[in-house]
Design a binder for this molecule. Structure first.
Ligand code: 16C
Ligand code: ATP
Ligand code: CA
Length: 590
């Protein structure tokens, strides 16, 4: 066995016109200009050394003379260097740019003889092949309708060439409708053939992928996804996100940028970032999984309103945001939560979740070593249990952020100190306040000021919570009918704001998808047949069911989210701390 750091190769090669000492250790390719060589030696310019970790080499290619015949570039190099191009090889590697962006850079080395080139190329390829975490075969889903509808072009122009260069084989599927990728993953996809799944799209597309994969994993492992108390099985396939959506919050919060090339490079180098998943149940019915925002009130209303404006593209959120800000609806109800205990970190920490986060490592280890801690929490799932805290009130927004939810609109996110993989979610309660105060809170999403340092905002780090709107709290038939009418008419009033009647219910925004319909579709069948569906168009599903099936409950408004620590893995490494030399010019331009 080779020891780590062992020197494998050391040669004098040329980079451009400069002679360099080039070495390959087990984990590092280094080239350093020989200080006294080269045509123009500058005594005040120190010899520049450049190192690339083998783990960040994308590929190595032998330069062919024929390349020069195609574009003339190699011919020029040959003339300039007066060398035999068949002795050259090029290394493609990750170069860091500003704002966490990665680019594919390359450096060409010229060897004095062919056998040496073979030795170098062979050694580097051997090193790359030994990195087991690199994917070789990927299943790619492209949503052609995401964001500005550029998903297909982004993949073909920016991502596919990189995968090809890195020798990553792909099966590409362009989705034909919503939930196409989810359904394909659930039933058809031959997952054993692949090392990972890549989605080209936004947060909604990512959500489809995790729903398909998590469901399939539970089915294969005999776990009932409907059971709110059963621990879910983690999947084996990592997920890559090529951002092409409107918010791209999950990509931004796990990589630090929403840039397709950066994400493709994270996939190629085989990064791995565990992530928490929040499962949302109503009683014993599974509703959805969430990894970023589960929001009721403001963000639920923004989403509901914005869905009618999809044609506007990403701008729909801003328009609906302003509208819902002005509408200023608040919702009455009870929030109960189970505080996360025995963990590191609080939502008010100054420290952020970054690459190699110790809080995530610590909490993840704690939960895997002592799952009984989780079980104790689960066992105490009763209203009377002293572990549960209860808050009643009027809220403008109830947000659960399982990660920071950083995105270009809000670079720090809704909960800047939330962690990607610590097994908790940050429950943020924004109580009824004036429009001016709410604006102060919203503005803090975009500034450096603490968005929780306001009297009407509170934040708790929790493992589970539930929210029950006021009108769901009573079980008497009479109340329910009254409330049902209220709900029915308030929805109509919501669409005709002139009457001034405030709605009793909002919707849940679950990672950018509206929750209610899924729940209803699963639980009930439409007994009145197709003719009644025209009417449904004007009512929400729950109003329809209340009115026509005379159900006496709206309790699906009350949800039971539970966090599953590190259930999935992404091709990412978390946001890297900026490097001191990050912005220096590329030293290989010797
Ligand atoms: C005055 C400036 C205030 C700026 C406030 C900016 C707040 C931006 C907060 C973004 C939070 C994103 C959380 C991520 C959620 C994702 O899981 C989900 C799926 O992609 N995205 C959305 O639900 C999409 C949600 C998009 C929400 C956009 C809300 C925009 C609010 C604008 C309010 C303007 C008030 C102006 C008053 C004059
Ligand atoms: N071929 C398709 N036609 C129509 N809709 C699709 C198709 N494929 C996927 N979808 C759906 O499109 C919706 C939006 O997709 P996506 O999340 O990728 O983009 P976005 O909404 O613009 O971005 P974001 O979620 O980041 O705000 C998702 O709910 C997804 O299920
Ligand atoms: Ca978390």
């Amino acid at each position: 066995m080779e020891r780590p750091g062992r020197l494998l190769l050391l040669s004098e090669l040329r980079v451009g016109n400069a002679a360099c000492d080039v070495s390959l250790c087990r984990s590092l390719l280094t080239w350093k200009r020989r200080s006294s060589s080269g045509p123009v030696y500058h005594p005040f310019r120190p010899s520049v050394s450049h190192s690339v970790s083998v783990s960040e080499i994308i590929s190595v290619r032998e330069e062919e003379e024929s390349r020069g015949r195609d574009d003339g570039s190699w011919k020029k190099i040959k003339e300039r260097e007066g060398k035999d191009c068949r002795l050259a090889f090029t290394v493609l590697y990750v170069e860091r740019r500003q704002q966490h962006r990665w680019r594919c850079a390359e450096v060409t080395f010229t060897c004095p003889e062919g056998a040496l080139r073979q030795h170098w190329v062979g050694s580097i390829r051997e090193q790359l092949a030994a990195i087991a975490s690199r994917p070789k075969h990927l299943l790619v889903y492209i949503n052609p309708c995401s964001g500005k509808r550029k998903g297909k072009r982004i993949y073909e122009e920016k991502v596919a060439p990189l995968f090809a260069q890195a020798g990553v084989a792909t099966q590409v599927i362009v989705t034909e409708r919503a939930n196409y990728a989810r359904d394909h993953l659930r039933t058809e996809a031959e997952l054993k053939k692949f090392d990972g799944v890549v989605c080209v799209g936004g947060d909604g597309m990512f959500s489809e992928i995790i729903h398909g994969l998590i469901w399939r994993t539970q089915m294969d492992g005999g776990v009932d996804p409907d059971s709110p108390d059963e621990a879910l099985l983690p999947g084996s396939l990592r997920i890559g996100i090529i951002p092409a959506g409107s918010t791209d919050c999950i990509c931004f919060a796990t990589v630090g940028a929403n840039d397709p090339v950066t994400s493709a490079l994270h996939v190629i180098v085989g990064d791995s970032q565990p992530m928490d998943v929040c499962s949302v149940h109503h009683n014993s019915t599974f509703l959805r999984y969430s990894v970023s925002l589960l929001g009721y009130g403001f963000y639920g209303d923004v989403l509901t309103d914005s869905e009618r404006k999809r044609w506007l593209g990403p701008a729909r959120y801003d328009l609906s945001g302003v509208k819902m800000f002005l509408t200023h609806h608040y919702y009455e109800g009870t929030v109960s939560y189970l505080p996360a205990r025995g963990i590191k970190g609080t939502p008010r920490d100054a420290a952020r979740c970054r690459s190699g986060c110790v809080v995530c490592q610590h909490n993840g280890e704690q939960l895997s070593e002592k799952p009984e801690r989780y079980e104790v929490d689960e066992a105490s799932d009763s209203e009377n249990d002293s572990e549960w805290r209860t808050i009643r009130g009027k809220f403008l927004a109830i947000n659960a952020a399982s990660m920071s939810c950083a995105c270009p609109r809000s670079p720090k996110g809704l909960s800047p100190a939330a962690h990607l993989a610590d097994g908790t979610t940050d429950l943020i309660l924004v109580r009824k306040c004036s429009r001016f105060d709410f604006l102060r809170h919203l503005l803090r999403h975009t500034s450096k000021d603490d968005q929780f340092d306001l009297t009407f905002v509170e934040v708790h780090r929790v493992r589970r919570f539930r929210f029950t709107p006021r009108y769901c709290q009573s079980n008497s038939d009479l109340d329910m009918r009254e409330n049902g009418k209220h709900q029915l008419f308030s929805q109509i009033c919501r669409d005709h704001p002139a009457c001034g009647c405030a709605p009793a219910y909002s919707s849940w925004n679950c990672d950018g998808e509206i929750l209610t319909h899924t729940a209803i579709d699963v639980r009930y069948r439409d007994p009145l047949g197709a003719s009644s569906r025209i009417l449904v168009e004007f009512l929400t599903q729950e109003e329809f069911i209340f009115s026509f099936l005379n159900l006496n409950t709206f309790s699906f408004c009350s949800l039971f989210p539970r966090v599953h620590c590190q259930l999935i893995k992404l091709f990412a490494r978390g946001i890297e701390e900026p490097m001191v030399f990050e912005d220096l010019p590329n030293p290989c331009a010797i």
